[in-house]
Write a protein that binds this ligand. Sequence first.
Ligand SMILES: *Cc1c(COP(=O)(O)O)cnc(C)c1O
Length: 386
Amino acid sequence: MIPYGRQDISADDIAAVLAVLQSDFLTQGPAIERFERVVADYCGAKYAVAVANATAALHIACLAADLGPGDRLWTVPNTFVASANCGRYCGAVVDFVDIDADTLNLSVAALRQKLLAAKATGTLPKVLVPVDFAGRSCEMAELRQLANEYGFVLLEDASHAIGARYQGRPVGSCAFSDMTVFSFHPVKIVTTGEGGMVLTNNEAMYRRLLRLRSHGITRDSADMLQPEAGGWVYQQLELGFNYRITDIQAALGASQMTRLDHFVEQRQQKVQRYLQLLADLPLILPALPSAENRSAWHLFPVQIDVQRCAHDRLQVFEALRSRGVGVNVHYIPVHTQPYYLQLGFDWGQFPVAEQYYRQALSLPLYPGLSDAQQDQVVQALQEVLS
Ligand SMILES: *Cc1c(COP(=O)(O)O)cnc(C)c1O
């Protein structure tokens, strides 16, 4: 089965991991800070905090935004559940903003409308989590303006988008967001096995993130609330977690980062090939961003064009799987998950995301996908859709 995504591990990556295994520190050693610096420098952000996974990153980012019970977090339905769950971990009320049918990202027009209505009823969000779907940046300049106007924290879920650009700047620069989160799960652009990171230019948020990653504990005497009795003292200032990543993982991540641009170029090249080879099929192909907005192409999401095609998505999905093509679906709208239905959401509330979902299919896309494998995907699609 050709998977929809797959990691790319080199001999250098393996050597980097081995070096940590032979060193003094498997965790809380120097590799983590090195990885953080490499990612922050690549993105042009001041600060980076590496953690166990992006879900943990989103959680502590929400806490660093002071999200708590009674507050509101808004995100999009077209994402992985973690983008919404981080609000629930903090006891906040979660709500959704529909997507734009062309970019498949948060619709700025829908957001504007919802903000106006929320202002009238005193239900404005404290945190907005836009998601850079498939690796394409959201319209961050517009979102920043709205964040300033309405006073919410802009927490960008860029789990798909390390290596992408927005207005010429790397996603993760935090030029527009307050904090940006990356995931290093194996299907994502760069991997650490499991891993995540929060980037920010805000020093207060950075210090809070560091503390929340490790039990809410500080060892910095400047931050301590009680007099220090001796050199062994650490003080827990708030309720934090053990969300640390290991040095073993961080070494893999830093090594992977040296190939990030190569990974994205490989993905772009395969996307161009798909666009050519699939042009005549009854598919809605993903829209390309403008030149200054490079997508990292985490996913290649197509839609079965039901107007031009006799088959529905389920038939196409099953026929492709039976031909060894490991297609997937991104995403089941989060508000239609049983957990969110129980909270009062229902089908029909976010029609653009729901319509997209009914037709959506992610085709295999990763740096090691060969031309022959890609041809096999295309041929299977031609057979299935004919
Ligand atoms: C993968 C993903 C996450 C969660 O990442 P983990 O590192 O697996 O916790 C969050 N948001 C989005 C959009 C993702 O794709």
